[in-house]
Ligand binder design. Structure first.
Ligand code: UD1
Ligand code: UDP
Length: 365
């Protein structure tokens, strides 16, 4: 059977690297990259380093407004899916690439599988919240990572073919961990273990609001501890436009660098004193690594990371990041809420079952 997987952004390359390996044991996968991310450090490096198969198609959509970007993806994907005539379409997460893949598959009546279903921030202004809700409501099979995700779906009336499988990013960490250890150390970046913070920022709510972005920059400057900041191109653009990049770069404890590769990121995360982020994936990776996380947002979809104090929500406009970071310690307990690292295998097994018409095991009703 033929499955078209639609990806297009950095976190989707990581997730697909884990899933694709399992999927290809049972299905013929046609990999489609929408080209939403295109810089080598946001896209190409992941294909090389993670040995993600070369995409069969790259739609080359690139950046744009939500409307233009999503429309170009829809148009490209429609043509492609009509030509390829697959038995299913697989989408990941909550980006514009996810929504485009979901809409086209659904309108062409091609079975739609959604990995990372059921996540909710309950913030209707977040573009990702719109993408994930719409995708969940038109998916045929929903792979939910956590209990919370299953509950969120149930509260919206989605109970059919919802399968709790754990988080595919945990499978990715487990698979790539030893390679990452062999390839990088914090010293590669001139850092001393446990003596630096690692930060990533890219959420629209932080980058596109000049007051918020300035508050984040000021909080970073006040931190006065070595801080490595691999900058998403969106953030670099905004900082430059606002004249804040120079201010950051002049602070002796801050190092601005280009986005790093996944294998480098895993080591930088593991040996950090703490991680400051607004990324969904990085919040989870901090939890997997057992490193305290400070999330510069008002809410998180990954609510499990908050329990025990592993992750703390910090409002850059109201809260004092340095004081919160200084007060934090390593919490005592951590649970395996994100599964047992078998999510990718479970997903492929359930997909096989679904095609065979068996009642899906582990189904939540
Ligand atoms: C997108 C996703 C977000 C995800 C993030 C992962 C949507 C709505 N957002 O956000 O959910 O968390 O990816 O990183 O789908 N740019 C480049 N080079 C690139 C990619 C982007 O320069 O290779 C710059 C462009 O100026 C672009 C901006 O970054 O306009 C934003 O890129 P876009 O893909 O629209 O959204 P992200 O912020 O990356
Ligand atoms: N990541 C990376 N290099 C970086 C920043 C992030 O490899 O410089 C990885 C990170 O380890 C995680 C994924 O990218 O696996 C998260 O992607 P991102 O933060 O862009 O998106 P989100 O998860 O918020 O959607």
């Amino acid at each position: 059977r033929k499955i078209v997987s639609v990806i297009g952004t950095r976190p989707q390359y990581v997730k697909a690297a884990a899933v694709s390996r399992e999927l290809r044991k049972q299905f013929h996968e046609v990999l489609v990259d929408t080209g939403q991310h295109y810089d080598y450090k946001m896209a190409g490096v992941f294909f090389e380093e993670l040995e993600l198969p070369r995409p069969d198609y790259n739609l080359g959509v690139g950046s744009g407004t939500h409307g233009k970007q999503t429309a170009a993806m829809i148009s490209g994907l429609e043509e492609l899916l009509i030509k390829e005539c697959p038995d299913g379409v697989l989408v990941y997460g909550d980006t514009n690439s996810t929504l485009a893949g979901a809409l086209v598959a659904s309108k062409l009546h091609i079975p739609l599988f959604h990995i990372e279903a059921g996540l909710r921030s309950f913030n209707p202004k977040m573009p990702e919240e719109i993408n994930r809700k719409l995708t969940d409501h038109i998916s045929d099979v929903l792979f939910a990572p956590t209990d919370t995700a299953v509950r969120n779906l149930r509260s919206e009336g989605i109970t059919r073919n919802v399968l709790q499988v754990g988080d595919v990013m945990l499978d990715a960490v487990n698979y790539y961990w030893s390679r990452s250890k062999d390839a990088y150390t914090p010293e590669t970046f001139g850092l001393v273990r446990e003596e630096y913070y690692l930060a990533t920022i890219h959420r629209a709510e932080n980058t596109d609001d000049p007051i918020r972005l300035k508050a984040i920059v000021e909080a970073f400057i006040k931190l006065e501890t070595p801080l490595l900041l691999p900058l998403h191109p969106r953030t670099l653009n905004r900082l430059q436009t606002m004249g804040l990049a120079a201010e950051l770069a002049q602070s002796p404890h801050i190092r601005l660098i280009e986005p790093v590769s996944y294998l480098a990121m895993l080591q930088l995360e593991r040996h950090a004193k703490g991680i400051i982020t607004d990324s969904g994936g990085v919040q989870k990776e901090a939890y997997f690594a057992g490193v305290p996380c400070f999330t510069l947002r008002s809410e998180t979809e990954w609510t499990e990371t908050l329990s025990g104090g592993w992750n703390v929500l910090v409002d850059p406009l109201r809260d004092d990041l340095s004081a919160i970071v200084a007060r934090s310690g390593i919490p005592a307990v951590k649970s395996d809420v994100y599964g047992d690292g078998r999510a990718t295998r479970d997903i492929v097994d359930h997909m096989l079952e679904w095609y065979e018409g068996y009642p899906l095991s582990k189904q939540v009703s």
